[in-house]
Design a protein around this ligand. Sequence first.
Ligand code: GSH
Length: 102
Amino acid sequence: MSTPGHTSPDAVPYAQRRVRNIDLSKGTQKQPWFLKLNPNGRIPVLVDQKRDDFVVFESAAILLYLSQHYDKESKFHPKDPDRYSELLQWIFFTVRQSLLLS
Ligand SMILES: N[C@@H](CCC(=O)N[C@@H](CS)C(=O)NCC(=O)O)C(=O)O
């Protein structure tokens, strides 16, 4: 994956990604087609078109999925176990913070 201006050769170019806006005020996230993607009826959801429409929900799980499959240079998904532990610590920390805010 990439950010604008930071496209690696095998990453999906930013302009080719499809983003579908979900109108929470209209309850789009609770419609049957969306619940097939995420039974919890919440955003965000990632559908990876490069990997046979593999579906990932939960923001932390999406982050880990993207880093596992697309961080070819291991910038966000360190191979070193101690650095990987630090990554998990911060991801779990953000999950806890979002639970406290919800
Ligand atoms: N733990 C989930 C939280 C997802 C979540 O709460 N999303 C909110 C928007 S930020 C949502 O979809 N709310 C609509 C609803 O609950 O119906 C994650 O990190 O992905």
